[in-house]
Ligand binder design. Sequence first.
Ligand SMILES: C[S@@+](CC[C@H](N)C(=O)[O-])C[C@H]1O[C@@H](n2cnc3c(N)ncnc32)[C@H](O)[C@@H]1O
Length: 401
Amino acid sequence: MPLSLSHTQRFAWLSALLAEWQPLWRPLPFQHRGSPWGEAYSALEAALLELSDAEVARLQDAPFSASPLADWLPVAALAELVELPELTGEAGELPAAWAAHVGGRKWSQIEAFLPRVAASPDERLVEWCAGKGHLARALSRRGAAEVTALEWQATLCRDGQRLADRQGAAVRMAEQDVLAPEAGRWLSPETHVAALHACGDLHARLIELCAAQGSAVTLAPCCYQRTAAAHYRPLSQGGRERAAALGLSLSREELAMAVQETVTAPRHVRRRREQAGAWRLGFDLLQREVRGVDAYLPVPSLAYGQLPARFEAFCRWAAEQKGLVLPAGVDWAAFEAVGERRRAEVTRRELVRHLFRRPLEVWLVLDRALRLEEAGFDVELGTFCARELTPRNLLLRASRG
Ligand SMILES: C[S@@+](CC[C@H](N)C(=O)[O-])C[C@H]1O[C@@H](n2cnc3c(N)ncnc32)[C@H](O)[C@@H]1O
């Protein structure tokens, strides 16, 4: 049963928990040689390290269910606070032909999103950051009026317009930088903006423009860390006051934590990722020894497929990136083995951050909801699809009553 809390109450409670537990969720376990939480949490640390691989995998997938961390962390409260209703929409399958030129997963997301865009027949529809306007084409088929799709890349606009024309869909692709000062001209009290997975500043701008122009909006936000500001400034007045009072400040890197949960990758990709993680941790110990400095050293990331075939080659690459000269006679096998062992430990310690990911994401979306409520909107917040389809499944629906 989801809690019947107002958005303000839910936000207040989540703010308090996030602030109280920041010493546990802020540290990045891979940067620490041992426990990142010190003596105070040695029992938590011991319990984590005892977890079997199967238990770790289960908790990664379902961090709130039957969690052994509940003896130390506010698991039950967090679980309740992130439980949101699925927003209703007019059910019904869309004709398969509408899916032409849209990738399978993206189409399934559009199928889930579309019925939840509760625009009234007299509202003009606008898609925000539309790409090739796949959502706009689907929206246009629901009603008679033309849908405007805003996108700043000329090639996407051209391709999208061609697709719409060929399919006889009433869509106008409009080349528009939504961050430009004149972007507000597309919005009015008669418009309803739909935005599926619009990133940080792009959806923050949408919310500000809706508040200013009185446009209704249906938004699934994404990538909160894609923002020009290095530190998060809550959008709502209430959020700014509460965050300041609690000392809750978030860097861009910390915002990224809210969207780190991804749909499970195929087994071979996962194995490769685990290997890369273990090698990084093995190299970390090696560089501490070579430098004589017991501190983490960030190494650039490598695109998938560029990881060298062997541990030694990886270390030589990493050392070169950091301008380090490796001595002769390194016991590669020993460092590789220690890296593998550390990876198992880090994965277990990561379960603590994992518990706070969804709460942080919900907190960020609630801040957006409060901004619109402060501007006189009625706001609904819930989910629009199962997490397996996309973990970014939160939906905000708002209109000025
Ligand atoms: C994450 S995609 C979302 C696309 C589409 N809504 C979807 O769900 O597939 C973001 C889109 O926003 C566009 N975009 C990025 N910055 C923009 C800006 N300042 N103004 C307009 N569009 C922008 C990108 O070109 C891209 O097509």
